[in-house]
Design a protein around this ligand. Structure first.
Ligand SMILES: [Fe+2]
Ligand SMILES: [Fe+2]
Length: 161
């Protein structure tokens, strides 16, 4: 029974990874037309693919933790940069945007702690799926939705100036 469950979970993970990789492979259509931000977003997408590959391949936990840490640092720096820019342009939805950033950083910290902790390891066996779903949330869930909203706002401002 246990074995069947694991086979099924692995199959789901394989499917999840393949469709996820297509979704989170960087594409120039994803640009918000602000060169520094686009460069940071591209880096985030590329690292998300790398983290997803490691979690799919059940790479050593230490490697997964290390790259997930890097992802956290890059994400944190990017959010600060982006929020400063949103203050500068007077983005009216800044407060909500900041709430989304903070929620992602809290989730990242929670996952990071669970990845490094030996306690509760048995309940966190499918960490690959947890990591994949977080990557999907940051890239498709946030960058391709919430960030696109401010990109549209910037476009409207430019058109009226
Ligand atoms: Fe962003
Ligand atoms: Fe953002």
């Amino acid at each position: 029974m246990q074995k069947q469950i694991y086979t099924r979970v692995s199959a789901i993970k394989g499917l999840a990874f393949n469709s996820l990789k297509q979704l989170i492979s960087w594409n120039s259509d994803f640009k918000v037309d602000q060169p520094q931000i686009d460069c940071q977003h591209e880096g985030i997408f590329n690292l998300a693919v790398e983290v997803s590959e490691l979690s799919r391949d059940q790479a050593g936990n230490d490697k997964l933790i290390a790259i997930f840490d890097d992802f956290g640092t890059i994400l944190d720096e990017h959010f600060r940069y982006e929020e400063d820019m949103l203050v500068e342009i007077g983005y009216p939805m800044l407060k909500d945007h900041r709430v989304e950033h903070n929620a992602m950083l809290s989730e990242l910290e929670f996952i990071r702690q669970r990845l490094s902790s030996r306690v509760g390891e048995r309940t966190f066996q499918e960490k690959g799926l947890v990591v994949l779903s977080f990557m999907l949330g940051v890239t498709v869930g946030h960058i391709l939705h919430s960030d696109v909203n401010y990109a549209q706002y910037m476009k409207r401002c430019k058109a009226h100036s």
